[in-house]
Design a protein around this ligand. Structure first.
Ligand SMILES: *Cc1c(COP(=O)(O)O)cnc(C)c1O
Length: 397
């Protein structure tokens, strides 16, 4: 590497550090769970996407271990060459059935599902209308697609209608609305009934990324379209196997047969990236079975979210309103979020500060997330730590 290029990178890192935006990773030395071992200490984990607590569930571990014993470690091929295992097809059928869609297609991650979705389906004559708070992978997927782009302010239905009208006025052939079902930084639900109504009015397709909903939101955990009773009107769903459904790796698109078929032929992250390991597929099927029958888990998760939210509010923290198990504690500047996370770490609570570029400047926060397996004792311990850290920083009295 040339010295100039090294200096360029070092300056970039110094700038990130000076702004308090440097991210530090703290390695876990135990399974992912409600309690984790980090740097020799046991911490209460309040920042995993492990909503149903399945990441270390013995049933998933057994299913994965058995599949690995029977079918080996890896596929060493993309799907269309020789990487398709029977377990891939079984998982795709199970996902489609669970979500009420014709079919589903697996990707290495939902980042790839969103990254590969738009480009094969839409061309330069078409338009995509996208919520401003959509996940980075949707934004990147749209960038890779030649369709015209329209953006509307988060959840703003007048903005959505204006964008749809603009798309129609510019002569777009096909129009697709793209939105997160739940916005991951805030825990806000997209207004799906209104979105579907506008889609009907303007003849648009609806795509929903339900990563922060599938498995634990709506009846049987089927996600935000089912919660809003518009599952029949949401055409395309994307989601992850890396959050509530076991937390390992993998993503998918579920939708009409023609969509899935076109993606199998044309989606670049599907064609040019390795197939999921059989063990992940076997355990994911078990995770869906557990989620589908998991009303008790969902009840405890919702209960925990209420208790935690009420507890933080009573302490005087500024929260974003809502009922999702994502509970963001708003702290303003990145440095405050960093300091708060560091203090909580010292007090035995594992949380992470979120700041630019993952949220806008000035809206730094600690995103806490609930898990069905957290007990009242755990949550009380968490509230005590938040109270102590908040008081030490003069944020609460
Ligand atoms: C986590 C997340 C993704 C990425 O999922 P991976 O499977 O981890 O790549 C995509 N979209 C949303 C809304 C997410 O929250």
């Amino acid at each position: 590497m040339t010295p100039e290029f090294t200096r360029h990178l070092e300056e970039m890192l110094a700038e990130i550090a000076a702004q308090g935006l440097m991210k530090r990773e703290r390695p876990i030395a135990s399974p992912q769970g409600v309690h984790v071992t980090v740097e020799g200490r046991e911490l209460l984990n309040l920042c995993a996407n492990n909503y149903l607590g399945l990441a270390d569930d013995p049933r998933l571990i057994r299913a994965a271990a058995e599949a690995m014993e029977r079918f080996g470690y890896g596929m060493a091929s993309v799907r269309f060459i020789c990487g398709t295992h029977e377990l891939h097809l079984a998982l795709e059928r199970r996902i489609a059935e669970y979500l009420g869609k014709d079919d589903a297609i697996l990707f290495a991650a939902c980042f790839d599902a969103n990254g590969g979705l738009f480009e094969p389906l839409l061309g330069a004559q078409d338009a995509i209308v996208s919520d401003s708070l959509n996940h980075a992978s949707i934004i990147d997927g749209i960038r890779l697609c030649k369709a015209q782009r329209h953006r509307y302010p988060n959840g703003d239905m007048d903005g959505l209608e204006a964008a749809l009208r603009a798309a129609r006025e510019s002569g777009a052939r096909h129009v697709m609305i793209a939105t997160d079902g739940v916005f991951s930084m805030d825990g806000f639900f997209a207004p799906l009934p209104e979105i579907c109504e506008l889609a009907e009015k303007y003849g648009a397709q609806v795509m929903v990324d339900d990563c922060h909903a599938t498995g634990f939101i709506g009846p049987q955990g089927r996600g935000s379209p089912h919660r809003a009773a518009v599952d029949g009107k949401v055409d395309i769903l994307t989601g992850t196997l890396g959050k509530a459904l076991g937390g390992a790796i993998g993503g998918y698109v579920a939708g009409p047969q023609a969509v899935i078929e076109v993606l199998r032929q044309r989606a670049r992250p599907y064609l040019f990236s390795n197939a999921l390991p059989p063990a992940v597929c076997a355990a994911s099927i078990v995770a869906i079975d557990i989620a589908e029958a998991g009303d008790d888990l969902r009840e405890r998760l919702a209960d925990n979210a209420r208790y935690w939210r009420d507890g933080l509010a009573a302490l005087g923290f500024e929260l974003l309103p809502g009922e999702h198990p994502i509970v963001p504690v708003m702290l303003g500047e990145a440095k405050a979020a960093q300091e708060m996370a560091a203090r909580l770490y010292d007090l035995g609570v594992y949380v992470s500060g979120f700041f630019y570029p993952v949220v806008p400047k000035g809206l730094a926060r600690i995103r806490t997330q609930m898990n069905a397996r957290l007990t009242r004792d755990d949550l009380d311990r968490g509230l005590e730590a938040f109270a102590a850290a908040g008081r030490a920083m003069g944020i609460v009295s």
